[in-house]
Structure formats: structure tokens, C-alpha cells
Write a protein that binds this ligand. Structure first.
Ligand code: G3P
Length: 219
């Protein structure tokens, strides 16, 4: 399973990268705004700064919602760095654009997926990744992980190459359940990645080992 970090915060990206388990980064306009990044030039410079930290897979989202606009913006984003994956919303014009990008060899991440039908369309259009939003479905009393399972199953039926990127992951159990059912990628906040480290028996066990070692050294 690939781990992406879902943030535009450079120090969090560095921290996750230094842990040695990071495979990529996803951002969106809300996450960029949270870091106070605005204006085309600044946004693009920020994507470049993210690309300089990680090895690959930096999702950069288009703002345009019409076909020509998505194509223009997506091509400009893709030119910034080979690590860029153009993030396109699940709308009619977006699906057409994904088909175009796929024929041009530009990788895409189809975002804002909330149903299996949308995931089928994105796969048929040739999306590299499809991003179903787990937490936002949970927020409205649908089981977001069920959607991941459904999409994994459908993609297996037909051998679609599109990878299932579980997004809107809010806690470690989301990530673990997505791993159990075979999601290809999970993108999550830093606290979810580092949260996987924690177990009280690990802490207690380590404290005991260190105490015993210290006791033996005094003898
Ligand atoms: O990757 C999509 C993600 O940023 C949405 O997460 O927590 O805003 O639903 P959230």
C-alpha cells in the first residue's frame, strides 16, 4: 500500500518523508488556502517546493471546470515537474479531460468521488488514480470504507489499471480498514501516519527493557 500525505504544509511533508515511508503528496485548493498560498505563481512555486522534497506523486489540482481550461491548466501543472499528477474533479468536462491527459501520457487523479459509478467512469477514461472521500461519506452516515471495497472489487472484475486512492482519511482505523480491503493508496494527515506507531504495550515493553538493562549494568 502506498502512503501519501494529504497536506500542503512543507514541514509536515518533510517529517513524513524523513520517516522513510512516504510515496507521495495530495493537495487541494482548501489545503493550499490553509497554508496561505494564493495566486497562480505562488501556488505553482509551492507545488515545485513540494516536488523538491518527495520522490514522486504530487497531486496538483486544477481550478478550471471547462474542458479547454482544464487542459490548459493541467498541461501547465504537468510541465512544472515530472512528479506532478494532475488532479481533476469528477465532472463531465473532467472525465473528457482525463481521457485527453491519458492519451498524452499525463498522469491524473480524479477527485471528489462519492459513488461507484463515478469510479467506473474515471477508470474508463484512463485515470491513474481515483480518489473516493471516505471521511466525508462517514460524515453523512454512509460507510466510506464500503465504497472503497466496492471500487476495489469492480476494478478487479475488469482489470482496470486505475489505482484506488482512499482520501479524506481521518483516523488510523480508516487506513487499516482500507489496507485490509486492498486500497492501492491512502492519503492522510501526518497524525494518521504517525498514529500507526502507537501501542501502549510497545511503550510499556520498551520501558521495561530499558529499566532491566539499567539494573543489570549496576550489578
Ligand atoms: O484528499 C481529500 C481530502 O483532503 C479531504 O479530506 O478531511 O477535508 O474530508 P477532508
Amino acid at each position: 500500500m502506498k502512503f501519501f500525505i494529504d497536506t500542503a504544509n512543507l514541514s509536515e511533508i518533510k517529517e513524513a518523508y524523513e520517516l522513510g515511508v512516504l510515496d507521495g503528496v495530495t493537495t487541494n485548493p482548501s489545503l493550499m488556502a490553509k497554508e496561505g498560498i494564493s495566486g497562480d505563481e505562488n501556488v505553482r512555486a509551492h507545488y515545485k517546493a513540494i516536488c523538491d522534497i518527495v520522490d514522486d506523486n504530487v497531486s496538483a489540482e486544477v481550478i478550471a471546470t471547462d474542458f479547454n481550461g482544464i487542459i490548459k491548466e493541467g498541461k501547465e501543472l504537468a510541465k512544472l515537474d515530472d512528479k506532478i499528477v494532475v488532479k481533476v474533479p469528477m465532472i463531465k468536462e473532467g472525465v473528457k479531460a482525463i481521457k485527453y491527459f491519458s492519451s498524452e501520457g499525463i498522469r491524473t487523479n480524479c477527485t471528489l468521488i462519492f459513488g461507484p459509478g463515478q469510479a467506473i467512469l474515471a477508470a474508463k477514461a484512463g485515470a491513474t488514480y481515483v480518489s473516493p472521500f471516505v471521511g466525508r461519506l462517514d460524515d453523512i452516515s454512509y460507510d466510506g470504507v464500503d465504497l472503497i471495497e466496492q471500487i476495489v472489487h469492480i476494478y478487479e472484475n475488469y482489470g482496470y489499471a486505475t489505482q484506488v486512492l482512499a482520501a479524506s482519511i481521518r483516523h488510523t482505523m480508516h487506513l487499516i480498514r482500507c489496507a485490509e480491503i486492498g486500497a492501492d493508496v491512502a492519503t492522510c494527515p501526518l497524525k494518521v501516519i504517525t498514529g500507526l506507531l502507537n501501542h501502549p504495550l510497545t511503550d510499556a515493553g520498551l520501558a521495561q527493557f530499558l529499566a532491566d538493562h539499567a539494573k543489570a549494568a549496576k550489578k
